[in-house]
Structures are given as structure tokens and as C-alpha cells.
Design a protein around this ligand. Structure first.
Ligand code: NAG
Ligand code: NAG
Ligand code: NAG
Ligand code: NAG
Ligand code: NAG
Length: 284
């Protein structure tokens, strides 16, 4: 081959390589954390569900049997989960928060992230709803330095992007997945969300492009019965998890998830409730 052709070919190859291979920042325990949030179920009902109750057993995981949401209704729980505070947010209406979130900490360490939102129209859509998408379940769009920055905003994607990312072995290190209003159980039933989750998880969880050194966390935003303590089911699982205990009765809450993400990559903290939160025991 002529020299110029060779040089052009090598240049193109190296560009292609650098575009496709995002650097992995090794975590203390895991290299990827995948969080899926479902809606409005009491702990006692989830733990009686034939599929939700068996995920830990089936996928090397552990049931967190003493885990609490933060408040009611939905939105403050989602915002708190990624920022350590729901200060100023006491409802499900469109909120704009000028505070730091987990995204600031992840980006400072070069850790890739995406928020996969089912039925999200894309294009930095800031509307309240579109089809079965709801802004109140997409906390990322409520942070002004995500919504107001097109580079960051582009990491909020329609959930259909996940299979594309898996097929390219390009799933980011921090994954937040919000199902639509039917799949998350909000407008349907516990059984519906259980069937959906099974159909979503089972074909993907054994794929190394998704599960490699990955901690999967399934949780709920809040319980259904507001008059009882706000206990929800949370399950940690995945082929890399390999827990010996099947149940962990430590008292945790949604801030524990945030704290564990921070600890996993030594991110520091946001100076909010994450500082004193009890981190999840993520490995034996
Ligand atoms: C959202 O609702 C609360 C009352 O629950 C109100 O104080 C707040 O101003 C509302 N925010 C917006 C952006 O409408
Ligand atoms: C995002 O906003 C928060 C609050 O104003 C600020 O502390 C943080 O530095 C901002 N991040 C970036 C990357 O601008
Ligand atoms: C927007 O976000 C990108 C990626 O985090 C960051 O590099 C850039 O500085 C931000 N732009 C502004 C104006 O804050
Ligand atoms: C899994 O992670 C290891 C260690 O980081 C890496 O060498 C390997 O290529 C990864 N496999 C896949 C499928 O990403
Ligand atoms: C899983 O854990 C057991 C001990 O609990 C250990 O013997 C085994 O090597 C672990 N397997 C993997 C794949 O880490």
C-alpha cells in the first residue's frame, strides 16, 4: 500500500478506536453501577411477589429488608437519590434545582454516565410529560447545570439507546434507568411491573457488555400506603455480586445508594445527607 494510504488508514483506525473505547475508571468494588427505579409499592407486597422476591437468589444478590424511601410523593425521592437533598421540592411539579448532583462528582473523575428514560422524546426535552414519560421521574432534568448544558443534557437518552449501547459494548459506568408509567407500576399493578422487569432484565443480565464488574440495584421511589412507614424493597444483584448472605437487615435509605456510588469511585460527597448516610454493604 502507498505510504499516504497507509497513514490515512492508520489515522482513521486510531480515531475509530479512540471514539469507541471510553476509558473505564476502576471502582473499589465495581466498575459499573446500574440503578432501576420502580414506583409506589409497599415492601410487604414486593417481597411476596414471585419474581421480585427471587431476583437476589437467582442473580447472586441480596435483599435489603430494612430499607426506606425519603418522603412522599415521587419527585423528591428521585432528586434526593442523586443529590442528597430534596430541599425545596415537596411536590411532583416541574422543578429547577441549582445544586450539585452525582453528575458533578462523576464527571470530575471522568466516569461516564447516562440516564435512560423510557418514552423520553430526547433533545433535552424539559416538558412535564410526553406519552408515558414523566419529568418527575427523571431527576437529572431538574438540575439546571444539566438541563442548561447541551453536552450534559445529551446524556439523558430515550431508553431504547440501552440496547444500542450494549451491542457496542459502550454502556456507561453509571446507569440510571427509569421505566415508563406502565412498566414502573405507577399506572398499572405490581404484577405488571414484575412481568415487565423480568422481561427487561433476563435477556440482558447475562451479557458481559452489561454485567461486567457491575452492581445492579433495583429499588422503588416510595411505598404505596402513605400511612405506614415508607419501607420499600431494594435488591442488589448481578453475576459480579456473588453474596453469601441472601438478606441484609441493616437500616438503609435512598441516600445509602448515593453514598455507595460515591464510595465506589472515591468521589467525595455533596455536603448533603450523603455525608452521614449509611453506605450499602456491596461486597462480602
Ligand atoms: C410546586 O408546587 C409547590 C407547592 O407544592 C409550590 O410551592 C412551588 O412553587 C411549585 N413549583 C413550581 C415550579 O410551580
Ligand atoms: C453545577 O451547579 C452547582 C450549583 O450551582 C455547582 O456547584 C457546580 O459546580 C455546577 N457544575 C458545573 C460543572 O458547572
Ligand atoms: C457543560 O458540560 C460539559 C460536560 O460536563 C463541561 O465540560 C462544560 O464545561 C459545561 N459547560 C458549561 C458552560 O458549564
Ligand atoms: C470486563 O472487564 C475487564 C476488566 O476491566 C476487561 O479486561 C474486559 O475487557 C471487560 N469485558 C467486557 C466484555 O467489557
Ligand atoms: C463467590 O463467593 C464465594 C465465597 O462466598 C467464593 O468462594 C467464590 O470464589 C466467589 N466467586 C466469584 C466468581 O467471585
Amino acid at each position: 500500500m502507498h505510504l499516504w494510504k497507509f497513514l490515512t488508514a492508520s489515522l482513521l483506525a486510531s480515531v475509530a478506536t479512540s471514539v469507541c473505547t471510553a476509558t473505564t475508571v476502576s471502582g473499589k468494588y465495581y466498575d459499573r453501577i446500574v440503578i432501576v427505579v420502580l414506583e409506589n409499592q409497599d415492601y410487604k407486597d414486593c417481597i411476596a411477589d414471585p419474581y421480585f422476591s427471587k431476583i437476589a437468589e437467582k442473580h447472586n444478590g441480596v435483599v435489603l429488608s430494612n430499607f426506606f424511601a425519603l418522603t412522599h410523593p415521587s419527585q423528591p425521592n428521585y432528586v434526593g437519590l442523586i443529590s442528597g437533598s430534596f430541599d425545596g421540592i415537596d411536590a411532583d411539579n416541574d422543578s429547577d434545582v441549582d445544586r450539585k448532583s452525582i453528575v458533578d462528582l462523576l464527571e470530575a473523575k471522568g466516569i461516564s454516565w447516562k440516564a435512560y428514560q423510557e418514552a423520553y422524546p430526547g433533545g433535552c426535552y424539559t416538558g412535564t410529560k410526553s406519552g408515558t414519560y414523566r419529568r418527575k421521574h427523571n431527576p437529572f432534568i431538574s438540575f439546571t447545570n444539566i438541563s442548561g448544558n447541551s453536552t450534559r443534557c445529551a446524556n439523558i437518552v430515550p431508553a431504547t439507546q440501552l440496547d444500542t449501547d450494549i451491542s457496542k459494548n459502550a454502556v456507561p459506568q453509571f446507569v440510571f434507568y427509569t421505566p415508563n408509567m406502565n412498566n414502573d407500576g405507577h399506572d398499572t399493578t405490581l404484577e405488571y411491573s414484575s412481568d415487565w422487569f423480568k422481561g427487561w432484565l433476563e435477556p440482558r443480565v447475562d451479557n458481559p457488555a452489561f454485567n461486567n464488574n457491575t452492581l445492579f440495584i433495583l429499588t422503588w421511589d416510595e411505598d404505596k400506603t402513605y400511612s405506614i412507614p415508607n419501607q420499600i424493597l431494594t435488591v442488589l444483584f448481578g453475576p459480579a455480586v456473588n453474596r453469601s448472605a441472601s438478606t441484609d437487615n441493616t437500616k438503609y435509605d435512598l441516600y445509602s445508594i448515593l453514598k455507595s456510588v460515591e464510595e465506589n469511585w472515591d468521589l467525595g460527597n455533596l455536603g448533603e445527607a450523603d455525608v452521614d448516610a449509611v453506605p450499602l454493604i456491596v461486597k462480602d
